[in-house]
Design a protein around this ligand. Structure first.
Ligand code: RUB
Length: 313
């Protein structure tokens, strides 16, 4: 029941945010591997692939999910017994979880160095890495103030303001449409990412592209905090990131929607911010201009153009 349970929590957004989704998937695969009683490596692999498919079908946008699954499933490679396959999966899952937690801590340090004493920062949605940078800057004694958006329709901004409040950071809570009204009070925009494409575009919570647009118009810098496993290898092949569209009832209650037969509610959960709107992407390997995304995909995720040709012909 571990895998369907985790899958349901990811779908319903009880587990949400790209990093947490990746770690939850790795944990579910590890626990599934522990629970399996398959005696030969072939049926062990089959069972694991079935579990991976259930997790992959939950939400389509956050690339941390397929990247985490890929990293964990690589533990099956070369296993000549079910025991070896099991040990491989457990080891890879634990490595991924540990390295993800380390990445979040490392990014906080790198990101905080881009926040100056006296800065007012705008953040959108609820990103553990973006908040990590802000909280680390505060911990270092920098006087900062934050503007946090509400994030309709799922109100992730509430989680953000609770976290900032608990950290003792002066915070302003605004509706999403107030970003442009306050942009001249902002020194720096800091957000997270669900996916970074090979050309440095960032996929993040719906509204991020509007925030970026306002920031650019006002000459406000924007940095994106993203672990390397948020970079999307398959975009090398020209594949696009699928933008999840969620139920209209998240935006407009069904009882009202029913009375409006000519109205269709559209509810995309993410949007795409082009690379030229972004000043830096802060990863655990260092801060890079978005145009260097391919280097991360090649050198840290191990997917070069050649790898794809070798694998897919
Ligand atoms: C969450 C969201 C976050 C990124 C990064 O969307 O867009 O900004 O996932 O988060 P949702 P993190 O709430 O729909 O999952 O830095 O925590 O990985």
């Amino acid at each position: 029941m571990i895998v369907p349970d985790t899958a349901e929590k990811i779908k319903s957004m009880e587990i949400r945010g790209a990093g947490r989704i990746g770690r939850a998937a790795a944990e579910a695969l590890r626990d599934h591997a522990v629970s399996l009683s398959a005696r030969d490596p072939g049926s062990f692999r089959q069972e694991m692939e079935r579990a991976a498919a259930i997790l992959l079908a939950t939400r389509p946008t956050a690339v941390s999910l397929p990247n985490a699954v890929h990293i964990v499933m690589a533990g099956l490679e070369g296993a000549t017994s079910a025991e070896a396959a099991q040990a491989g999966v457990i080891r890879r899952a634990e490595e991924f979880i540990r390295s993800s937690q380390n990445a979040v801590e490392q990014i906080a340090k790198f990101g905080a160095s881009h926040i100056r004493d006296g800065d007012t920062i705008l953040t959108h949605c609820n990103s553990e890495v973006a908040l990590g940078c802000i909280i680390e800057a505060h911990r270092q004694g920098k006087e900062i103030e934050v503007f946090a958006t509400e994030v309709r329709p799922r109100n992730q901004g509430l989680i953000t303001i609770r976290t900032l409040n608990d950290a003792g950071i002066k915070t302003n809570f605004i509706v999403d449409s107030a970003v442009r009204s306050f942009i001249h009070d902002i020194d720096l925009v800091v957000v997270g990412a669900d996916a970074v494409t090979v050309n440095g575009a960032v996929v993040n919570k719906i509204g991020t592209a509007q925030v970026a647009h306002s920031a650019r118009e006002a000459r406000v810098n924007m940095i994106v905090a993203a672990e390397t496993y948020k970079f999307a290898p398959r975009t090398i092949l020209g594949e696009l990131i699928r933008i999840e569209e969620r139920a209209g009832s998240e935006v407009l209650p069904d009882e009202i929607a029913r009375t409006l037969p000519h109205v269709t509610v559209r509810n995309p959960a993410f949007d795409v911010t082009p690379a030229n709107y972004i000043d830096l992407i802060v990863t655990e390997k260092g801060a890079i201009p978005p145009q260097m995304a391919y280097v991360i995909i090649r050198d840290y995720l191990g997917w070069g153009i050649d790898t794809f040709h070798e694998t897919f012909g």
